[in-house]
Design a binder for this molecule. Structure first.
Ligand code: AMP
Ligand code: MG
Length: 178
């Protein structure tokens, strides 16, 4: 059994990088989509509204999603080390989530703040926040390391720079091939 968690700030291109995992027989699961399936039953209409819900509500959706994904076997999980909420950075991998998922590896996909801002401006389908990208990436490293130390996972950083997607995919493949 092997679980890989892939994180990165909105717009860093983590979904693109992780599509390479399919070649290795992993199933890709999007944590936000699994949460949103539950949230929709309770009337939430847009996935980008979930991070504005009361923290207790987000945590209960997070718990339901974590439990569902933990039943799925070998997966690569597309998620976030931290979520920028109106009341601050909420851990995406708190103790109850990381202990349910028990990942072997936590990957952080990173790029420069300038590159990420540029990618966000080209994606009108999503409602991204105008936040401090460098700060968010720093918080993500801190939270990912804390989560990793609970379960003994390794942490790996994959750089996804402009016009270098092949290099990012290659780095990610190396992380996956045991
Ligand atoms: P994404 O499509 O990956 O940007 O995720 C959509 C939304 O799902 C995020 O903005 C969060 O509200 C929520 N989400 C994703 N992963 C997590 C997580 N591990 N914990 C809490 N919320 C999450
Ligand atoms: Mg995505």
């Amino acid at each position: 059994m092997s679980v890989v968690i892939v994180t990165g700030v909105p717009g860093v291109g983590k979904s693109t990088v992780m599509n390479a995992a399919q070649d290795y027989g992993y199933k890709i699961v999007n944590f936000g989509s699994t949460m949103f399936e539950e949230a929709q039953k309770e009337g939430v209409e847009n996935r980008d509204d979930m991070r504005k819900l009361p923290i207790e509500k987000q945590q209960s959706l997070q718990k339901q999603a974590g439990e569902r994904i933990s039943q799925m076997g070998d997966v690569v999980v597309d998620t976030h080390a931290s979520i920028l909420t109106p009341s601050g950075y909420m851990p995406g991998l708190p103790e109850w989530t990381i202990s349910a998922l028990k990942p072997n590896i936590i990957v952080l996909v990173e790029a420069t703040a300038q590159e990420i801002a540029g990618r966000r401006s080209k994606d009108p389908s999503r409602m991204r926040d105008a936040d401090d990208i460098d700060m968010h990436q720093k918080v993500n490293r801190d939270y990912a390391e804390t989560a990793a130390s609970i379960v003994g996972a390794t942490v790996s950083i994959v750089e996804n720079h402009d016009n270098q997607i092949e290099i990012a995919v290659e780095q990610f493949r190396k992380v996956l091939s045991k």
